[in-house]
Design a protein. Structure first.
Length: 221
């Protein structure tokens, strides 16, 4: 199943959610932001190479780290050489080999944001409290509808102690999973580890476990 993690506004934590969700699902996470890669880097072929025809998707998979992933290159030359329209075929090929393919999408509403949504079986929409982030996320929600990417869950990242999840669920038309603001989660991401590995009993770990359970229920629908 191809699951696209998207959101609209930059800095809301899409990469953190994609990385930790892939860890919980034991899937492969793909850094789909061709211009502003944010997941851990690695040596060897990356997504730029795949989209430029220099490597196959399977050659770019890195399974030696805590989360199986395809990193994306960080050079301007690599981004220019990559053909974004080849992403759909790459994800489809991965989908044949992995039960879960989690795609970390770019921010904004550029054309490349729609590419992972167009091939996705379902989407997880990430936002944070605040009018600007919610407004951007609603725009991406409309794009997902146009591309027929079913919205599985909304993630309210950096949620406070009493998040208004019911109101957000009504606005987006999907259940909301709050992820609490957590320095432990931020530290784990900085070190390239899922939070469950560093703090198995942390509230953020419990939240990602709940999110993974919810996403698996979407698969069975």
């Amino acid at each position: 199943m191809i699951l696209t993690v998207t959101g609209g506004k930059g800095g809301v934590g899409k990469s953190t959610v994609a990385y930790n969700l892939a860890a919980e699902l034991r899937g492969v996470v793909v850094d789909g932001d061709l211009a502003m890669a944010d997941l851990p880097a690695s040596h060897g072929p990356d997504l730029h190479d795949v989209l430029a025809g220099r490597a196959t998707p399977h050659e770019a998979v890195r399974s030696s780290g805590p989360v199986t992933m395809i990193p994306c290159g960080r050079t301007l030359a690599g981004a220019r050489a990559a053909d974004p329209t080849a992403l759909a075929d790459a994800l489809t090929e991965l989908d044949r080999a992995y039960r879960w393919v989690v795609v970390d999408s770019p921010a904004g509403l550029r054309a490349d944001v729609g590419l992972p949504l167009a091939v996705a079986d379902a989407a997880v929409l990430v936002t944070v409290p605040g009018a600007a982030a919610l407004a951007d996320a609603l725009r991406v929600r409309e794009l997902a509808r146009e591309l027929d990417a079913g919205l599985c869950r909304v993630v309210l990242n950096r949620a406070g102690p009493d998040p208004t999840t019911h109101a957000i669920a009504d606005r987006f038309g999907a259940p909301v999973v709050p992820i609490p603001d957590s320095e432990t989660l931020a530290a784990a991401q900085r070190h390239g580890h899922p939070v469950s590995e560093m703090a198995p009993d942390a509230p953020a770990t419990v939240a990602f476990e709940s999110l993974a359970d919810a996403v698996q229920s979407c698969r069975s629908v």
